[in-house]
Design a protein around this ligand. Structure first.
Ligand SMILES: NC(=O)c1ccc[n+]([C@@H]2O[C@H](COP(=O)([O-])OP(=O)(O)OC[C@H]3O[C@@H](n4cnc5c(N)ncnc54)[C@H](OP(=O)(O)O)[C@@H]3O)[C@@H](O)[C@H]2O)c1
Length: 181
């Protein structure tokens, strides 16, 4: 199976967006370039395909500039092919399960997959398909919003790899996921 990675920013209280999906608390989310990229560019270069939840895709598609350049993007939606619009020749939709999708990606030669979107990450975790996670905590408490993590139905054990504190106050931790297989 291809290696699946998460690279995501959260508030200190674990939210990836406000309730309405807003990312205004996240510097750089408006597309403005930040002095520091927190390792995103080199991570992005290391992956060969993105798997996005439909909601994360819709947000990306609403940006004036498509954020994923020429990387192939697969969008998960139970509504595919109904109500799915591809905004780029690099984007395809699917209603496959995460495991079925990874088998297809493997058959195409994909080795490194970037999984993004809160519910999407949770479902990949539930199916023991996430291999590593890089979480960047932004020093803000939102109090409420869209949570990165939720009930999985079992404990998910993680191995801490590294933590870097940036002068901006962002704290980035990398974990490997023990999928017990
Ligand atoms: N802070 C960050 O770095 C960061 C990164 C990424 C996203 N975000 C934010 O997170 C929010 C979206 O996250 P989210 O958790 O609400 O949604 P999401 O994971 O992006 O999308 C969820 C949708 O994906 C579809 N889906 C199909 N198969 C799925 C599966 N196996 N597991 C889960 N979803 C599946 C469903 O669409 P259908 O309803 O069409 O079936 C589901 O409603 C946005 O506001 C985005 O801006 C923040």
């Amino acid at each position: 199976m291809p290696k699946c990675s998460v690279f995501i920013a959260t508030s200190l209280d674990g939210f990836i967006a406000r309730k309405n999906g807003d990312l205004d608390w996240l510097p750089g989310s408006d597309g403005a370039s930040e002095a520091q990229d927190y390792g995103y560019k080199s991570f992005f270069e290391s992956i060969d395909v993105l798997v996005l939840g439909r909601k994360t895709y819709e947000l990306a598609a609403s940006h004036p500039q498509w954020p994923y350049a020429e990387k192939p993007v697969v969008v998960l939606s139970s509504r595919y092919p109904r109500a799915f619009q591809s905004v780029s020749h690099t984007v395809e939709g699917t209603s496959l399960s995460p495991r079925e999708l990874l088998a297809v990606l493997e058959s195409r030669g994909s080795r490194n997959v970037y999984v993004d979107g809160g519910r999407t990450i949770q479902s990949f975790l539930r199916d023991r398909l996430i291999d590593e996670m890089t979480l960047t905590r932004v020093p803000v408490l939102l109090g409420e919003g869209i949570a990165l993590f939720g009930a999985i139905g079992r404990d998910v054990k993680l191995r801490h790899v590294s933590t870097t504190a940036f002068p901006s106050g962002f704290v980035q931790s990398k974990y490997e996921v023990d999928n017990g297989v």
